[in-house]
Each structure stands twice: as structure tokens, then as C-alpha cells.
Design a protein around this ligand. Sequence first.
Ligand code: SF4
Length: 420
Amino acid sequence: MTVLVERDNIGIFGKMNAGKSSVMNLLTQQETSIVDSTPGTTSDTKISLHEIHGIGPVRIFDTAGINELSELGEKKRKKVMSDLKETNLVLLVIDPSTSDFNAEAELLKEARELDRQIIIIYNIFSDEDKSRINEVEEKLALLRFHKKILIKANESSFRRQLLDFILENYEPENPLMDLLPFIERDRYYILVIPMDVETPPGRYLRPQAMTEEYITRHWAYPVSFRLDLASARGDDPDAEKKRFLALINGLAEKPRCIITDSQAMDIMSKWCPDDIDLTTFSIVMINYMSGGKLSNFVKGVEAADNLKSGDSILIAEACNHSRVGEDIGTVQIPALVEKIYPGVKVEHNFGREFQDNSELEKYSLIIHCGGCMISRQKMTARIRDLDAVGVPYTNYGIFLSAVNGRAALRKVVKPWGIEI
Ligand code: SF4
């Protein structure tokens, strides 16, 4: 079965001027990063996408040095630590000619706590540096646990050696994930797409496009149905329901599953025939982006039962799309919360960066979108943060199913082999 492949993240870390950008350029074979002996030349993380034979598609991060003592330096440090959470393989670049290794100690400790794979790169500027490595290892006792290589990062002849060393010592982590593990060849799948004012012209949203492509690729038949949500929710929904059922009944065979936009769960939970499975695009995406941790999000929605006036919940979206009309995150879910959980405050977090753990702790529940615009590593890092602070989290599709009753929730998780 064909599966989608995610990129592994390789992060280059170390203090200022250790030669991180030279390592980046060595790996990418181009001037991706500016190499300058002025400390702090890399002011923000640079990202390069590559295919490394033997590993597959990778995303290489060249991060800023974390030992810059200024207000800006502190901001850079936070960004580097956030990058570390997303990294599968940490390349820690050490210049043995220096004497203060606090930055390396901090990076090493954090990377180990996050269970990251770590490779140490001693960047040798002169032969004298080699004799100082024992001294470095005495100061950084944790180094003894990790594989090391000595290179001259600014000499391109070391590229092959470095790549071979990485291939030998790195176990690619990105699991091959099925987007829709329940797809069966030659079966019909109905995609319910309301196409409201937020829908961009000329293309489907990423979860819709991925789902359609996946079903086709697996020799099954995706059939799209544009649902008129306003009519379906209006005074006379029968005409819209008739149109929907005519499509289903007109197919040569009963569809195997209906995959709907989550915001239409109030309609689809009632219209979907009992003998056809149902799930949502948001659930498809969160399962895929979280590396199969859908059950965590299903468990998290139980926290909604205990919400009380004065509690705060966070609606988290991993992108900053333009918000017009009855936007799901800013209008529809807040309106539902107000109606079902009076007095519960709703806050929002939009975009790629998530909040510090200390802020997350104040929420009684996090409701996350499908997360299609961030990497799986970033989503996994978010989950790890939330697990660490013990804040329950759920997802748009699960929440919008749960508010339509236990039976609706049970139905949308059933295709995933989850029983509640
Ligand atoms: S990142 Fe979230 S809000 Fe943005 S398009 Fe993807 S699922 Fe929707």
C-alpha cells in the first residue's frame, strides 16, 4: 500500500561561531547559510529541504548560537529551543578550541530529555584543536553517550565523510503513515465539502486535496458533494437532504465512508445512514499529523464534560488563514462553547508558534485544528508539551462530533478502530 512520507528534521546546533553554517553548507552543497566569523551571523533558523540518499526527504535547520548575551540573544535562544523540539536528529557542532561549554551542555541536556538522536561534530580549525578534545569531553560528561566525528567543516572534501557518518549512525524516524488506513479498493467514498466563503478559489484545502488524492491512488472512488450548509441548516433542509441522498443512492454500490468537513457534523451526524461509516477531514489530518495519536485527542474531549464557568479553553490553529464569514475557529466553535458551556472563556492561538508551557497550563481544554500547515515534528512537539503540563487536548472534528452526542462521536472514531 502506498503511504505518504514526511521529512525527517535534521537540526544543526551549537554556540556562536562553532561552524554550524559551514556544516549546513557542507550538507546542502551550497551557500545556504552565510559563513562569517562575526559571532551571531545566523540570526534566525535557516531551513533547507533536501533528499539524502539512504534517509529520504529531510529538512535541515541551521540554528542561531544560543550563547548571545542580549535581549535579541534571548529571543534567538527560545527559537533554538523550540527548533530542538521539532528535530529528529541533532547535529551538535563543537569548536574544541573554545573553553566555555555551557551552551553545549544546555543543548545536550535538553536534547537528551527530549530523547533526540544526537551526533557530535567536532569542527577542527587546526591540528592543535584535536588535542583539546579530551579536555572538552571531561567538561561535558554527557558526550560519552554519543557518536562523534572530527571534520573541517569549511572544507568540502569532508562532505562524503560526514554524510556517511550520519547514514551509519542515524535511524530515520518518520513513520510511514497511512492517511486513511480504512480505504478499500473499488469502494466509493463521499467527500462532503461545503465550500463556504473561506474556501480559496481554484483549489481544495490541503486535507481535502490529500484525501481525494489518497483515495484515487488506492484504486477507490472519491465522490465530492458540495453541501449547501445554509440550506441544510435553514427552515427547509429537506431539499438539500434529498439531493445528498440522491447522490448516495445513485451510486452503483453503497459508499464505504463519508468524510465530511467538521463544521457540517451537525448535519452529517443526522443524515449519514447507519450502515455507512462517517469521519471528518480534521480527524483524518490530526491522526496523520500526530503520527497516529488520534486516541489522545478522543480521550481529551472528555474534559469538556467538566468545563465550568470561569474556565478557559484555547482554540489552536496552525495557520493564519484569512477569517471571513462563519469561520470555524473564531465564530462557530466559540458560539457553541458559549451556548453549551456558559461562562467558559475562549482564547485563540494562530500560526506556527505555540505558547510557552507556563501559559498552556491555565487552559482546561485545548481544541486544535487538523494542523495541516505544520510539520509532524511540530505537531508532535505540541503534543509533548501538552502531555508534559497535563492539559487535555482534542481536535475540531472530535469536538464538533461530541457536541452532537455520544453516538456521533462513536461513529466518527469507529473507522479508526477506536471504540468508546
Ligand atoms: S493548519 Fe489548521 S486551520 Fe490551517 S488549514 Fe490546516 S487544518 Fe485548517
